[in-house]
Design a protein around this ligand. Structure first.
Ligand code: BTN
Length: 250
């Protein structure tokens, strides 16, 4: 597989856009093969996982890494884990205290159960052999938006008040490069070890919403395929997609 990062990816910055992932999709539709970062100060139609809206106020970072992928679809499905790690690496590089930063499966970045970052990976076919990938990353830089869950932001975690969304993107572009290179060159087993070190909820009771069902159990592991392993009352279950919630202890 060709290395992805043989040259710097241009950063295309928008003051206002519908969604950086939508812009990536438009580029893919027009057959664009140019790797790039699409970044925006504001989104009017930011989208999250499972059809949710991603609040996109000025001050936070909304960005999508858009690139063709000639590797396997299986390896591409692991980019979400590398992206979560890249956000923690970038937060560390700008001076945040990352000791309490954790990854909620598959890739929310949280601090003491407050959401700092959400990731939405979208893919499609660019040619018969190649995929396009849009790795959409929303990071709360200056504001912790009110949402259906608690949130936090980099400025509350030790990042300098002068750090703005665009500056954070230039750091993230570097850490993302190194995490995706790790995936390409060393394979998912290495990413998995790093991910497990930062994972939230291992050994704890969780409820995973899978479609219309809730599966309750103890989170045991993430396997070599990136699936979550749960010990449930009915035995071990392997979850490949879903929303995890920690069960609160009284
Ligand atoms: C989630 O639900 O946690 C994922 C949120 C992903 C939000 C980012 S912001 C940049 C990119 N553009 C979008 O419309 N969504 C992603």
């Amino acid at each position: 597989m060709k290395a992805l990062f043989d040259s710097e990816w241009p950063i295309l910055w928008y003051e206002d856009i519908d969604s950086t992932n939508e812009e990536a999709r438009r580029r893919a539709k027009s057959g664009d093969w140019q790797h790039c970062w699409i970044g925006a100060a504001k989104q009017s139609m930011g989208r999250g996982r499972r059809g949710r809206v991603w609040q996109s106020p000025v001050g936070n970072l909304f960005t999508t890494a858009y690139f063709p992928w000639e590797g396997s679809a299986e390896l591409a499905s692991k980019i979400c884990f590398s992206a979560g790690l890249a956000v923690i690496d970038a937060a560390e590089n700008v001076g945040c205290d990352t000791s309490a930063m954790a990854l909620k499966w598959p890739n929310d970045v949280r601090v003491n159960q407050r959401k700092l970052c959400g990731i939405l990976i979208e893919t499609g076919q660019l040619s018969s052999d190649d995929l396009w990938i849009a790795a959409g990353i929303g990071v709360n830089v200056a504001m912790a938006p009110e949402a259906d869950q608690l949130t936090t932001c980099l400025h509350a975690l030790g990042a300098p008040a002068t750090l703005d969304a665009r500056a954070f993107l230039s750091v993230l572009a570097m850490t993302f490069q190194s995490r995706v290179s790790q995936l390409q060159e060393k394979g998912f087993s290495h990413v998995r070890i790093d991910w497990l070190e930062k994972s939230e909820g291992l050994g704890q009771e969780v409820v995973v919403t899978v479609g219309n069902d809730n599966v309750r159990g103890v989170m045991r592991d993430m396997d070599e395929a990136g699936a979550l392993i749960l010990d449930t009352a009915q035995g071990q279950k392997i979850i490949t997609a879903g929303d995890v919630q920690l069960v609160k202890k009284d």
